[in-house]
Design a protein around this ligand. Structure first.
Ligand code: PEP
Ligand code: MG
Length: 559
């Protein structure tokens, strides 16, 4: 029998098998809808529907936590946005049929979000989920969504947080969507919940409901009607993953070379989950999560209270706080730049101190106060640093705020090439391989179609990692990796072989990386890293590494 395999962009490394359940489609304005006979009453009815949707979202927000609660709260704000409601009312009063007025007003805001690109463009799905719920109320039909009668693989065109909140998550085995990017809400929420997820799978919603599928996030594939052998393979992978998840040993190679296995977190809830998953510390606290979806900057006091919760979750362990990484894929409403043609090359990351130095001063002050007496070993690092002057400048600001351990991220090639001199200015460096791959390979990280270039396995990217690691070794200072590549157990071996001293990843990835590391000596890691240097491209570089990975690691992790 020929298997039907669809390919997409996998999030994480999980696998699952189960029947397909398709999200109920969104209602559309009825064809030939007539203008309301009493426009004022129709406008009031439309406003009431928006308010009811906002109230409902807020109720769900109150019973959710973490990233899901954040996005639900932000979506509720969109549903009662005064400008949007005024526009709907205006359209109805000048004669537009009610549902069309709602549709057109929401799409007009969506067009503005889309043209802003990046993070805002990915919020268009949230905005449309508001419209779908408003239309369902106005048309008297059920809200779009899905009631699961058995554990299922949820398949949708895209999943909004509101869709996700309406699901019984205990019955969700995996998530597959037709659209959505690696930084979209589907990916964020699936990552937070540790669910296998594949996005950008064209046509997947045409699978008949109930079809058995295997979802393999590591391979980025969805296989329909898989057959007994593949189903048994999934069962073995899941059993092995569960067995490994209980291991809490500190990260080390087989011959005892210590590598700190630490976590990437964005919220206090993430920190608690990461600690429970055995993270030895936090290698990347993405503080911008607190700033996104906000109209004004969070106050120093609010920041301090959030930072303190993360530090408390890691008392006695190290937490690396990354200062605000805004711009490009993470635009902030209160720190908007003049329109930039290439925002990824613009005023983003650390460069924001040029235009908004007070944001940095407030944040460093809040981190220092939260660190006092918290018990955690707090360090700070700046994103997107490109020059020695910037590194010195950041160190001076951080020390002035009372912070002792200061580092910078190496995520642009300029920083990797200057690593030796940067390390004179700071106590440690951390490689952000997501952006390092984007800037080294000149490939937009938000687009899927050039995935072969936007790949940390590209020899040029690995060469910059090697240069940074050898500069750190010469300086006797730590060098971590906190990009997604650290979560790949094979890449983890390469990174250690190149001289990296800590690996920071989503908590769900820790167990597999710990196991791979423990199964190889440092000399083997070095040989695996060396095997990649002669490769002509990313695929053969990974292949060359994989060929030297121990058999039981390959079998247990399904590599
Ligand atoms: C990176 O670029 O690798 C990184 C860790 O930062 P972010 O993904 O938040 O840009
Ligand atoms: Mg980055």
């Amino acid at each position: 029998m020929t298997l039907t395999v669809s390919r997409g962009l996998g999030i994480g490394r999980g696998v699952a098998v189960g029947p397909v359940a398709i999200m109920r489609p969104a209602p559309v304005p009825p064809a030939g809808e007539a203008p309301a006979e009493m426009p004022e009453a129709a406008a009031r009815e439309a406003t009431a529907a928006f308010v009811a949707v906002a109230d409902d979202l807020r109720r769900r927000c109150a019973t959710s936590s973490g990233a899901l609660a954040d996005v639900l709260g932000a979506t509720a704000l969109m549903a009662e946005d005064a400008a949007l409601l005024d526009d709907v009312e205006r359209r109805i009063l000048v004669g537009a049929p009610t549902c069309s007025a709602v549709d057109e007003a929401v799409e007009a805001v969506g067009a503005v979000f889309s043209s802003a690109g990046g993070y805002l463009a990915e919020r268009v799905t949230d905005l449309r989920s508001v419209k779908d719920r408003v239309l369902a109320r106005l048309l008297g039909c059920p809200e779009p969504g899905l009631t699961l009668s058995e554990p299922s693989v949820v398949v949708a065109v895209d999943l909004s947080p509101a869709d996700t909140a309406a699901l019984d998550l205990d019955s969700v085995l995996a998530i597959v969507t037709e659209v959505g990017g690696p930084t979209g809400h589907t990916a964020i929420i699936a990552g937070q919940l540790g669910l296998p997820c594949v996005v950008q799978v064209p046509g997947v919603t045409t699978l008949p409901v109930g079809t058995t599928v295997v979802v393999d996030a590591g391979a980025g594939t969805v296989t329909a009607d898989p057959g007994a052998e593949l189903v048994a393979w999934v069962a073995r992978r899941r059993a092995a993953a569960e067995a490994l998840a209980g291991d809490r040993a500190p990260g080390a190679t087989r011959d005892g070379h210590r590598i700190a296995l630490v976590a990437n977190v964005g919220t206090p809830e993430d920190a608690l989950r990461a600690s429970a998953a055995g993270a030895e510390g936090v290698g990347l606290f993405r503080t911008e999560v607190l700033f996104l979806d906000r109209r004004t900057a969070p106050t120093a006091r609010e920041q301090e209270s959030v930072y303190r919760k993360v530090f408390d979750a890691f008392a006695g362990r190290k937490v690396v706080v990354r200062t605000l990484d805004a711009g490009a894929d993470k635009p902030l409403a209160f720190a908007q730049q003049a329109t930039e043609e290439n925002p990824a090359l613009g005023v983003r990351g650390y460069r924001l101190v040029r235009t908004l130095p007070e944001l940095m001063a407030t944040q460093l002050g809040a981190v220092a106060r939260a660190a006092e007496g918290s018990g955690a070993e707090v360090a700070v690092m700046a994103p997107m640093v490109a020059t020695v002057v910037e590194a010195n400048d950041f160190t001076a600001r951080a020390r002035a705020a009372g912070l002792r351990t200061v580092g910078v991220m190496v995520e642009v090639p300029a920083a990797a090439l200057q690593a030796e001199r940067l390390l004179e200015a700071v106590d440690f460096v951390s490689l952000g391989t997501n952006d390092l791959a984007q800037y080294t390979m000149a490939t937009d990280r938000l687009r899927g179609e050039l995935g072969d270039l936007l790949d940390p396995w590209q020899p040029a990217v690995l060469q910059l990692v090697a240069a940074t690691a050898s500069a750190a070794r010469a300086a006797g200072k730590p060098v971590g990796v906190c990009g997604e590549s650290a979560a790949d157990p094979v890449m983890g071996l390469v990174l250690v072989g190149l001289g990296v001293t800590s690996l920071s990843m989503a908590p769900a990835a820790l167990a597999a990386v710990r196991f791979a590391l423990r199964s190889h000596s440092l000399a083997q890691c070095r040989a695996i890293a060396a095997a990649t240097t002669a490769a002509p491209d990313a695929a053969s570089s990974r292949q060359a590494a994989l060929a030297l990975v121990a058999d039981d690691v390959r079998h247990t992790l399904g590599l």
